[in-house]
Design a protein around this ligand. Structure first.
Ligand code: CA
Length: 235
């Protein structure tokens, strides 16, 4: 029996380096009615997972390039509400604990049955939906940001944000009493050392402003603070 979560189609990212298992998971989730993308290494997963607004991630622990724990940490930094299920061949208790500590929401040990996995996906989707009763919505100057869903609404237009853009807005809003430095953005939103190239932050914020500040008559959502970085400009 195919299990579709209510009538909701989810966008699922599958991260698994074993091709046969990866293809099997893609078929399984597509068969259950979901939109699926799949990658085979951790670096691609960390990149794609913050660029696109996925609703769930199935994440292998042992991966080339970047291990699953680090991928999980980066995705959860950019999108705390993103549901993540860790998949692993290891059954050791300490691995389970480490996975959950980095923010994974659930844990499935290989080999797993198809029914078990779909049941876990369904249960986690229900939990995530229930927690959306208290959505991450910020309203400012006629602009509404639904950060959990990575959407901005202004003057009747809906704009899709990347998970990283939602992460930038979330961090600025939480710390709206002060300016945020480029190094802090890199550490907190990108999950990389703040000593790296800071143009990355400027480019990302320029793109974000193009999306959300199209009408010059509106107050700025993001303001530049000379010599420091950026601050939340709306009330
Ligand atoms: Ca693996």
């Amino acid at each position: 029996m195919n299990a579709v979560i209510g009538s909701d189609v989810m966008r699922v990212l599958i991260v698994e380096d074993e091709p046969v298992l990866r293809d099997g998971l893609v078929d399984l989730l597509r068969g259950a009615g979901h939109e699926v993308e799949a990658v085979g290494d951790g670096a691609s997963a960390a990149k794609l997972g913050v660029e696109k607004p996925f609703d769930m991630v199935l994440l292998d622990l042992m991966l080339p390039k970047l291990d699953g724990l680090e991928v999980c940490r980066r995705l959860k930094t950019a999108r705390p509400a993103l549901p993540i299920i860790m998949l692993t061949a290891r059954g050791a208790e300490e691995d389970k604990v480490r996975g959950l500590r980095t923010g994974a929401d659930d844990y499935v040990t290989k080999p797993f049955g198809v029914k078990e996995l779909l049941a876990r996906v369904e249960a986690l989707a229900r939990r995530a939906q229930a927690s959306h009763v208290d959505p991450e919505v910020i309203e400012a100057d006629g602009c509404a940001f639904d950060l959990g869903r990575c959407v901005a609404r202004r003057d009747g237009h809906e704009v899709v944000l990347t998970a990283r853009e939602a992460g930038i807005l979330r961090w600025m809003y939480r710390h709206r009493a002060r300016a945020v430095s480029r190094a802090e953005f890199l550490e907190q939103v990108w999950g990389v050392p703040g000593t790296l190239e800071t143009r990355t932050v400027d480019m990302a914020i320029a793109n974000l402003r193009q999306k959300i500040e199209r009408d010059p008559a509106h107050p700025k959502i993001v303001v530049s603070v000379k010599g420091v970085g950026y601050a939340w400009g709306a009330c």
